[in-house]
Structures are given as structure tokens and as C-alpha cells.
Write a protein that binds this ligand. Structure first.
Ligand code: ADP
Ligand code: TRP
Length: 373
């Protein structure tokens, strides 16, 4: 391992929206492409992390492959030997190192992880809501719902609890220094640093300690804060948890349906296209979206379209561009060659197993599970 390692887990499911695409997926791919000359870039599908909360296991295999395909369709180069694309569970050292690290991790420090607290609370809330919606809201229903909620909370898995330890193993196995993570994952990255430091103190230089969150932000450039907003309610961010689906455009939407969503996007009564996030959030959002779709700087798009008075005309331009983008993306997705993709995964997994096993052996020797060399 000569080049410094950048590593990230690619979480993607079947219902990615254009916010995820432009806000997370494309920037990661761009980063991988630009950095791969000087760094080893590890991009993996965290399949072991994907069922820390309940899922439909009949769908998992399909989702894993779809996940990889999405990145390929979005432009991740499969022929770049410095970019590795692999499935976490195909490198068994991830699970093995997790166990070892588990035994040096405190119950208390895991209990304080906010993602664990949020996600386990949500399991209870969802069970409550499901149970309440099944009947009239009388006292009996409420009591049953509360019981269901308690049951769901008590079934919170140990996997959810030690999610951050597996994540630390993902990082430490490859001596990764740079790990681009969103705000919701910074606590987990801090933990990876802590456990690495703790093991090094106890056993000598075992692991590379990943850079601090501050250094990560300096290295990657703190995300420019790009936020695509909901089309119906442009003061909140576009999110998959929108119930109606009208404010969100999914990568799998029919192009015509997506165009309709743009045409009925909420605007204002100013009758003047102008970029003003506070006073005209709907129109500003459409300008942002158009700039992304055309891969042009916002300024250029502003210069071209500001001053238009008929929102209908402007929306039509965005709608046409959107359906063209989706058609194009969906065609590319359908054309991703499975054989090439599987070859890439398998090649990367061979290399990753070699690297990860070396770190695992070092750790096993340090803790006494293997004779020292
Ligand atoms: P959601 O809010 O739809 O559940 P996630 O929280 O799973 O999305 O986010 C996954 C990634 O996509 C994150 O890196 C996040 O910053 C990015 N992202 C999510 N929504 C948007 C959005 N509306 N605009 C830009 N980026 C977004
Ligand atoms: N936990 C990350 C997320 O929810 C995904 C992930 C798993 C990851 N292991 C990782 C990210 C290691 C970076 C490094 O998005």
C-alpha cells in the first residue's frame, strides 16, 4: 500500500432522487476521478451495514448489484486501477476485525452514538404509527400501539448497536486516511480515530489513524452546501421521506412524470425569473436544477434566464431538460454491462482481500490470536 488511501462506503438504494444524485453521487465520483492519480480510492458497497434495521432480504442481492450499476451509470470509471469498487461482505476481514474491535469498545460509548439513538427510536415510532393507523384512535388502540412500539424498540438489533465498530473496521483495514463523510457520520469517524488510537497505545503501531474531521473538510472541501429543494414545498430539502412523491424526482421516474412534476412545481406571484432563495425559493430551486442538468455554472444559467416573465415557458425548458436527463441516465443504467461490472468487483475484491488480510493478521498477532512472526 504505497499511495495514501481515500475510502468511502457507497450507500445507495433503489429510490435515489436527484438530490442524492447531484448532492452526493456525482461529487463522490468526481472526487474519485480527480484524486485517483495520487491516491488509492476505495469505494465499497456496505452490504453488511444494510440490514442493521429490518429489510426485505429477497431484494438485497438485487439491490447490491443495482447499487454498483447506479455508480457505473453515473460515470464511475470501471477501468481505473486506482479506484477499487467492492462489496464489503466479499472481504470477510471486515467482520473478523469488527469482532476484535468490539472487545475493546465500551458499551457506554456505543450507547451515546446519535445515529443509534435516532434509528432505534424511529423503529419504535414507526411501529406505533403503523399500529395506530390500523384502527380507530381509541384508548385500546393506543395501548396496543404503545405495546407494539415497546416491542419494536426491544428488538433493536445488536447490529445497529455496533454499526460504528464495523465502520471503523472498514476504514482501518486499509489504513485509510481520508474518509469523506456527511455530518451524520462524523461521530462514527471520530470513533474510528479513537479505537485506532486506543489499539495503537495498547499494542504498538497497528493502525493508521484517519485524519480529523477538520482535516477531512480541508482535504475534500467542505461540501458547498448544495441543496435541491422539494418542488412542492421549496423551503424544505428534497427528501425520499416525502409522502406524496410530488415534490421529489426519483432517478427511476418516468421522464414524462418527472416533467409534469416540474411543470406543477410551486413558484410565486412575482412573474419574474430571478435567483433569490429567500423571496423566490421555487424559481431559485428550478434555476439550480437547470444549472445542474446542463452542467453549467449557476451564473451562466442566471444570465440566460433571469428576466423571463412567463413561468410556464421557463418551467418547460427545465422540464424538457429533466426528461432528457432521465432518459439518458436510464438508458445508461440499462446498458451497464453486467460482465464488466462483475469482473471489476471481483478484481477489486481480490486486491482488497490481500490488503485487508495483512492488517487483520497484524491485529491477530498483536492480540495473541496468531503467533508473532
Ligand atoms: P434523504 O434525505 O432523501 O433520506 P439521505 O439523508 O439518505 O437523503 O442523503 C444521502 C446523501 O444525499 C447525503 O450525502 C445528502 O447530503 C445527499 N442529499 C440528500 N438530499 C439532498 C438534497 N435535497 N440536495 C442535495 N443533496 C442531498
Ligand atoms: N455509514 C455510512 C453511511 O451511512 C456508510 C459507510 C459504512 C461508510 N462504512 C463506511 C462510510 C466507512 C465511510 C467509511 O453513509
Amino acid at each position: 500500500m504505497t499511495k495514501p488511501v481515500i475510502l468511502t462506503g457507497l450507500r445507495a438504494n433503489n429510490d435515489l432522487h436527484i438530490g442524492n444524485y447531484f448532492g452526493a453521487m456525482l461529487p463522490i465520483i468526481d472526487m474519485a476521478k480527480t484524486r485517483s492519480a495520487d491516491y488509492q480510492v476505495n469505494m465499497f458497497i456496505p452490504d453488511l451495514h444494510s440490514f442493521t434495521t429490518p429489510i426485505d432480504h429477497d431484494q438485497l442481492q438485487g439491490q447490491i448489484m443495482n447499487n454498483a450499476k447506479l455508480y457505473a451509470a453515473a460515470g464511475l470509471p470501471l477501468d481505473n486501477n486506482n479506484i477499487h469498487l467492492y462489496r464489503q461482505s466479499y472481504v470477510p476481514a471486515h467482520s473478523e476485525l469488527t469482532w476484535i474491535l468490539d472487545c475493546f469498545t465500551g458499551f457506554g460509548e456505543m450507547s451515546r452514538m446519535t445515529q443509534f439513538k435516532d434509528k432505534s427510536a424511529k423503529l419504535g415510532e414507526d411501529a406505533y404509527a403503523k399500529s395506530m393507523s390500523a384502527g380507530d384512535s381509541n384508548l385500546v388502540t393506543t395501548i396496543v400501539a404503545l405495546e407494539d412500539s415497546t416491542k419494536a424498540s426491544s428488538r433493536v438489533s445488536l447490529g445497529l448497536f455496533n454499526y460504528p465498530v464495523l465502520m471503523a473496521a472498514d476504514i482501518l483495514l486499509y489504513d485509510a486516511r481520508y474518509v469523506p463523510v456527511g455530518d451524520d457520520q462524523t461521530q462514527h469517524l471520530e470513533f474510528a480515530r479513537d479505537i485506532a488510537g486506543r489499539m495503537n497505545n495498547r499494542f504498538g503501531e497497528l493502525f493508521t489513524v484517519p485524519e480529523s474531521v477538520k482535516r477531512q473538510h480541508e482535504f475534500f472541501g467542505k461540501d458547498q452546501g448544495l441543496r435541491i429543494m422539494d418542488l412542492v414545498n421549496p423551503t424544505k430539502k428534497m427528501s425520499k421521506s416525502d409522502e406524496t412523491g410530488k415534490g421529489v424526482i426519483f432517478l427511476g421516474d418516468e421522464p414524462a412524470t418527472a416533467a409534469k412534476k416540474i411543470m406543477s412545481a410551486t413558484t410565486d406571484d412575482k412573474a419574474l425569473v430571478k435567483y433569490d432563495r429567500a423571496a423566490q425559493p421555487g424559481i431559485s430551486n428550478l434555476l439550480d436544477i437547470l444549472a445542474l442538468l446542463q452542467a453549467k455554472p449557476l451564473r451562466e444559467v442566471q444570465a440566460k434566464f433571469e428576466g423571463l416573465e412567463r413561468y410556464g415557458d421557463f418551467k418547460k425548458i427545465v422540464a424538457t431538460e429533466m426528461s432528457r436527463f432521465l432518459e439518458d441516465f436510464q438508458t445508461r443504467l440499462a446498458q451497464v454491462d453486467s460482465t464488466t461490472l462483475i469482473t471489476k468487483l471481483e478484481t477489486s475484491e481480490r486486491t482488497m482481500n490481500t490488503q485487508a488480510n495483512a492488517t487483520l493478521l497484524r491485529t491477530q498477532q498483536a492480540v495473541g490470536l496468531r503467533p508473532k512472526a
